[in-house]
Design a protein. Structure first.
Length: 116
């Protein structure tokens, strides 16, 4: 996933509010980035753990947390697999991830330009 071009620094509470999701855990945890891939996690990231056809992203949460993820966005099924960090739970985690990602940069078109 693309890294935010501008500094992204939000509390878990504010990220949950942006996504219209519920939060369990420390509301004051500061999130500084986002990723879908546990092997791409950087310190301070929100790990986005989506349900998939063969596996649930939450199955990789332990690895993501070990690499520095400070919170996880997932659905109710995935939330039961996450321990040790705040969990943002959404009935529609893909939609929530899109809303959060869109809010992570000032101009989403800049990602397209930066990747060319």
């Amino acid at each position: 996933m693309s890294r935010p071009i501008e500094e992204f620094k939000r509390t878990a509470e504010s990220v949950a509010a942006i996504a219209n999701a519920t939060l369990t855990g420390d509301a004051a945890t500061v999130i500084t980035g986002l990723t879908l891939a546990s092997n791409d996690v950087q310190e301070g990231d929100l790990f986005i753990a989506l349900p998939g056809e063969k596996a649930h992203g939450a199955d990789f949460a332990k690895d993501a947390i070990a690499r520095g993820a400070v919170a996880v966005l997932t659905d109710a099924e995935g939330a039961s697999k996450v321990k040790g960090v705040p969990v943002i739970v959404s009935a529609h985690p893909r939609r929530a991830a899109g809303v959060i990602s869109a809010g992570s940069i000032a101009n989403p078109c800049e990602i397209c330009i930066a990747s060319v």
